[in-house]
Structure formats: structure tokens, C-alpha cells
Design a protein around this ligand. Structure first.
Ligand code: TXA
Ligand code: MG
Length: 359
């Protein structure tokens, strides 16, 4: 059989699901194939979570190390109890408040989930996504879909179906194109397998929102560079790496703009152009370079939603250097900066202070 059939791309919206196509997609999953689909966070690369061969196919398609476990997606809260050995009351509380939604929770697994899905771990990550097309597909596909982000390992997660086609068009059987995703950053991951629940990956649901609901929650200390290993195997890789060298410039806004303009000027002297990641409030202040606004600082969710898309765009444009403003916004700043810092390989510089009279 031909190995690399180009994927069938099917367009639909949550307002108007194509039930026939979704039922075909469900059959593909039940028969061991792969379907990429939209969720509210990023596009996922789905296969039957209970089928060890399907999980192997997922790892192969992404070029992902086989010790990096997959998240199992469900469409009904009750299904959690079929794959998790023990669900503590605090997790039930979080589930009631944030599911369906951008939250993944980790529990001791039941034998139903094969080791190949969990990368050899005896724990399983579970998520109930807030996207109608995803939930219909999960139901049609048998109830348990393993789905990592639908990008090639090491590239930014896909926020459009076109990104999926670019990375995995030859490796999947079908791509469900539901348009741009809503959030644009992967789900918040909370681990319930130790005494105190821990955030293994920051996301749209912030530490404060979790603490409001269940009290004690900690950040995985491994998320801070130099503080040991992150507990989620996927967080140790230099994900989201753009082809260009990305540098984050921190400091007062005016200093940041002047410093980045300085780099853009130097690049122009060498006949080169830098990429600049800015926001609506500052984009007009950069006369040189290729400037992209990710969104408004007044609406931080717009910045989160466009981060990966802008990184991919700069890959296509072939710039060699990218400079980004820092985005420590109040609620999603933790998640945005976690991704941006990884994309930058933690290269952060302090903007040079401008003399008052230069301002
Ligand atoms: O928003 C999302 O979560 C998206 C959409 C498609 O649902 N999925 C996603 O999956 O981001 P992926 O595979 O790209 O990231 C899963 C992360 C990895 O860092 C992995 O190491 C961690 O979750 N993970 C999964 N199962 C785990 C487990 N049992 N223990 C520790 N970490 C786990
Ligand atoms: Mg991923």
C-alpha cells in the first residue's frame, strides 16, 4: 500500500459540522489511521489511544521521541474513570470548573491505556476539549483519542489547518479544517500523581485560576531554567524553535523600541533585514525590518493566538535574526513567555537605557 497518500482536507465549522465527514474520520481512527483536528488550543494529531500501533504511528509521523507521552482526549467526563485509576476530589473540582476546556490532568493510569500511548509512564494525561468538532470526532472515533499537537517535532504548534498540511500532509489520512483555533497555546497541564498538584505546563488557565478553585497548586520547579528537569518530558526539548536566531528584548517600552531599532539598523548596514515581533501599540514605531504585530497588550489573548503563526511566517520569510518584545501580560504572560523563551533558547537581553534628552 502507498505509504504517503496526501491527506484529504475537509472544511467545516463548529456552527455547521459535516457529520458525514466526521463519521468517516471516526472510522479512520477506529481502524488505526490518523486524523488531524482542531481543538480550542491548537490542532491535534489524533489516533486511537487504546491501540498501541496507532500511537506508534503518531510518534513516527511527528518524529517525536517515543518517551514523550501523549494526551488522551475524551468527550464525556465519565470516560475519565475508565482510564484513570484514581481521581482525587480536587481533580473532580477542576474538571467541573474547567472541562470542557484547555486543561489537561495527569493521573495513575489503568491497564486499558497501552504503555506506548503514555511513553512508558504508568500515568496518563487526560483532556476534554472545548471544541464541538473535536468532541464529535472523539465520540465517533471510539471515545479515546491520543493527540499531540499536529506539528513536526520541534516546530511551532499549528493554529491553522494549513500549518498541519505543511508539516504532516503526507503522514495523516484526513485533516479536519475548522479554521483558526481560539486560544493558540497548548493546554495547562496539572499533575495529580503527587501530594500537591503541580502545573507541568502553563496555559490559558493560570495558576491563580487553579488556586481559586482548589487552593494549593505549585509550579513544577523544573520549568525554571537551571532548576532541574521539568516533569513533563515534552517540556525539556527546545520546542517551537524558529529557523532564525530569536532574541527577546526586555525593559521599558521606549528602551526596547530604541534597542530593537538599533539592531535593525545594524542589519541594514549589512544588507540584511531582521524580523520584529511587536504589538499593536508599538508596531508603527519600527521603521526598519519586517514588523509583525501579534495583537494588543490590552487584549493579551490576541497575542497568545498569533505567536506561533508569526514564528512560522518568519521561517517562510527566511530572516536570520528575530527580535521580540517581552510579553509579561497579567494573566497569560506566564504561558506566552514560557513558549517565547523556549523559541528563543532563553536568549534574553536587557534594553539599553535611553538618555532622557534622546527621548
Ligand atoms: O492543548 C493541548 O494540550 C494540545 C491539544 C492537541 O490538545 N495537545 C498537546 O499535546 O499539546 P503535546 O503532545 O504536544 O504535549 C503534551 C505534553 C508533553 O509535554 C508531554 O510530555 C506531557 O504533555 N505529558 C503527557 N502525558 C504525560 C504524563 N503522563 N506525564 C507527564 N507529562 C505528560
Ligand atoms: Mg506539542
Amino acid at each position: 500500500m502507498a505509504e504517503s497518500l496526501r491527506a484529504e482536507m475537509v472544511r467545516m465549522t463548529q456552527e455547521k459540522p459535516d457529520y458525514q465527514a466526521l463519521s468517516r474520520a471516526g472510522r479512520i481512527i477506529r481502524e488505526g489511521g490518523l486524523v488531524a483536528f482542531p481543538t480550542e488550543t491548537v490542532y491535534g494529531l489524533g489516533g486511537n489511544a487504546l491501540d498501541r500501533e496507532a500511537s506508534r504511528k503518531i510518534y513516527a509521523a511527528k518524529g517525536r521521541p517515543s518517551d514523550n507521552p501523549l494526551i488522551v482526549h475524551i468527550c464525556e467526563m465519565e470516560d475519565l474513570y475508565r482510564i484513570a485509576a484514581y481521581v482525587p476530589p480536587m481533580a473532580v473540582k477542576l474538571g467541573k470548573r474547567f472541562w470542557p476546556g484547555p486543561l489537561t490532568m495527569i493521573f495513575q493510569k489503568r491497564d486499558l491505556v497501552p504503555d506506548s500511548t503514555t511513553g512508558g509512564q504508568d500515568t496518563v494525561a487526560v483532556r476534554l476539549p472545548d471544541h464541538l468538532l473535536a468532541r464529535i470526532l472523539i465520540r465517533e472515533g471510539g471515545g479515546f483519542i491520543a493527540a499531540p499537537s499536529a506539528n513536526t517535532s520541534g516546530r511551532p504548534s499549528p493554529t491553522l489547518a494549513e500549518h498541519v498540511a505543511e508539516d504532516l500532509g503526507d503522514a495523516v489520512d484526513m485533516i479536519i479544517d475548522g479554521g483558526p483555533v481560539g486560544i493558540g497555546l497548548e493546554s495547562t497541564i496539572v499533575d495529580f500523581t503527587e501530594e500537591v498538584p503541580k502545573v507541568l505546563r502553563p496555559g490559558y488557565i493560570s495558576l491563580e485560576m487553579l488556586r481559586e478553585t482548589i487552593g494549593e497548586v505549585e509550579m513544577d520547579p523544573g520549568l525554571i531554567p537551571g532548576e532541574g528537569k521539568p516533569k513533563a518530558p515534552g517540556m525539556k526539548y527546545r520546542h517551537y524553535a524558529p529557523k532564525a536566531d530569536l532574541t527577546i528584548v526586555e525593559g521599558e517600552t521606549e528602551d526596547v523600541i530604541a534597542t530593537i531599532c538599533g539592531f535593525a539598523g545594524k542589519a541594514r548596514e549589512k544588507g540584511e533585514q531582521v524580523g520584529i515581533m511587536a504589538c499593536d501599540e508599538t508596531a508603527g514605531r519600527y521603521p526598519l525590518g519586517i514588523v509583525r504585530s501579534m495583537g494588543s497588550r490590552m487584549r493579551e489573548e490576541t497575542i497568545a493566538a498569533h505567536l506561533y503563526q508569526v514564528l512560522r511566517e518568519f521561517d517562510h520569510l527566511g530572516v536570520r535574526e528575530i527580535y521580540s518584545e517581552a510579553f509579561d501580560t497579567p494573566r497569560m504572560g506566564e504561558a506566552i513567555m514560557n513558549r517565547l523563551l523556549k523559541a528563543a533558547g532563553h536568549r534574553v537581553i536587557q534594553a539599553k537605557r535611553q538618555e532622557e534628552n534622546e527621548r
